[in-house]
Ligand binder design. Structure first.
Ligand SMILES: [Zn+2]
Length: 486
């Protein structure tokens, strides 16, 4: 895997031998030297390995422990015994010097390991380039190790509410199984951005990102305080808590579980928004709560966070995020344009982030999807579909997939997308965006199945997947893609 840029080269050396993102000054110095041709990568490597920080712990590791530490630092996983033996032997025999093991391991890594490393380097790079030197934290996490359970999510929301006067948390409904549904509101501005996450239970990273967003928006930074005066942000995190609990149950080995995408009455919540087919709040109380909050706040934009499968372009890059506005022809064109502006705001927000490959989602005109249905009802909308759904499905089928590095990078992307729209609205730049620029975002790449993508990793085909797709598509009269991944 080619490291994407000189900053990533420097980050990869900090990560391998120090286990952390480069501090801003260190990154700026070495990147500057590298870009100017003053030093080679080898010189930086020797400087880092020879630093007090590195020698302090590297000298205490035998070759096996050394190999394990690089696996953890780079690929965010424990290596197998065979992997440790293979690399330790090459070091012990003198074939590879310790300093050269890491770079050789990158070249030999499986696709999923390379992905994990690319994800960690992107997060590290974003962190180093956006933190002040005196606020830099060497312990900054570069991966997302755990998803919040429902109970943990509610506790986290309560904690944010307790920590921040600027945030108001209120229960606005409950799921079929009685789990609370919350709205968290930050800001008093005239522009209102509403964000819903995880209408599909097995699409969780928007929820994780929303917690970071709320913490940022309600925080004390001058930037956040100024933004709160211009924008009101209303977040409904994890609209389908019952589905998520079922997904967790599957991951833990539970079988015969109702599809975690759906609510506990077997309803796809994102098919309940057609204004001509009133939603039954007994069957889908979750989307009834969403509609009620939309009605209350009349948001200038409704942002709907989801996950999709894997798509890879001809250059080999995977799409990280696909997006689409309302496409039903009955939606007021000015609302469509607002959604398009939001898509461009996301594109702008992700420009400085290495782990971002934005494309257009090929969605249908189905009026029952939130993106179209809320649009028909007078609200501008934008759908976000991040990659990750296949990984979630594999986890649910019992595959031991280490997803934490990728999850960290996708969560940061989601956070940057949400925050970028809020900031664009807050500065007034949003209204200046030419909506036609959204039409220039490339179309989504070709689907790549999990087996092909991670050919050297275990893969379990989804049971009865094709039958379900066909049956549902026929039932709903819509595109297959929308059944599986919208
Ligand atoms: Zn979805």
């Amino acid at each position: 895997m080619a490291l994407q840029n000189s900053a990533q080269v420097v980050q990869s050396l900090y990560l391998a031998y120090l286990g952390r993102a480069a501090d801003p000054d260190g990154l700026a110095y070495w990147q500057g030297q590298l870009d100017a041709g003053e030093v080679s990568e080898s010189v930086i490597k020797q400087a880092i390995i020879g630093s007090d920080e590195a020698t302090g712990y590297l000298s205490e590791l035998d070759s096996s422990e050394y190999v394990r530490s690089i696996y953890n630092h780079y690929f965010e996983r424990e290596p197998g015994d065979d992997e440790v033996a293979y690399w330790a032997e090459r070091v012990d025999s003198g074939e590879l010097g310790r300093a050269n093991v890491a770079i050789t391991m990158i070249d030999a890594a499986s696709e999923s390991d390379q992905e994990a490393l690319g994800a960690k380097l992107s997060v590290a790079n974003y962190y180093s380039q956006n933190v002040a030197q005196d606020e830099y934290d060497a312990q900054q996490a570069l991966a997302l190790d755990n998803l919040h359970s429902n109970e943990e999510l509610y506790a986290a929301l309560q904690q944010l509410d307790a920590d921040h006067d600027a945030m108001a948390l209120e229960q606005v409904g409950e799921s079929v199984e009685g789990n609370p549904l919350y709205k968290a509101v930050v800001g008093t501005g005239s522009q209102t951005l509403m964000i819903a996450t995880q209408q599909h239970g097995d699409e969780p990273l928007g929820t994780e990102a929303a917690l970071y967003l709320l913490d940022y928006l309600a925080g004390d930074s001058p930037e956040a305080q100024a933004l709160r005066e211009e924008v009101t942000v209303v977040v409904m995190p994890r609209v389908n808590p019952d589905g998520f609990a079922r997904w967790q149950e599957q991951v833990a080995g539970g079988e015969d579980v109702l599809d975690p995408r759906r609510n506990s009455n077997d309803i796809d919540l994102n098919r309940t928004y057609d204004p001509d087919v009133p939603n039954d709040p007994d069957l889908a109380p979750e989307s009834a709560a969403v509609m009620q909050v939309v009605e209350q706040y009349q948001p200038d934009l409704f942002l709907d966070m989801h996950h999709q499968n894997n798509y890879r372009d001809t250059d080999g890059s995977l799409d990280t995020l696909s997006t689409l506005w309302a496409t039903n022809e009955g939606v007021d064109p000015s609302l469509v344009e607002t959604g398009q502006r939001a898509a461009v705001a996301i594109e702008q927000a992700l420009e400085e982030y290495d782990h971002a490959n934005l494309t257009l989602y090929p969605g249908s005109d189905n009026p029952a999807i939130g993106r179209n249905g809320l649009g028909l009802d007078g609200t501008a909308t934008l759908l976000v579909e991040q990659r990750g759904l296949q990984e979630m499905d594999q986890l649910a089928q019992g595959v031991e997939l280490d997803y934490s590095a990728l999850a960290g990078a996708l969560t940061l992307e989601s956070y940057l997308a949400m925050k970028g729209i809020a900031q664009s609205m807050g500065t007034g730049e949003f209204e200046q965006i030419d909506p036609s620029l959204a039409l220039e975002i490339p179309e989504r790449s070709d689907a790549i199945d999990f087996a092909e993508l991670y050919g050297d990793d275990q893969y379990v085909p989804a049971e009865d997947e094709p039958a379900m797709v066909a049956e549902e598509a026929q039932l709903l009269g819509i595109q297959q893609d929308d059944v599986m991944i919208a």
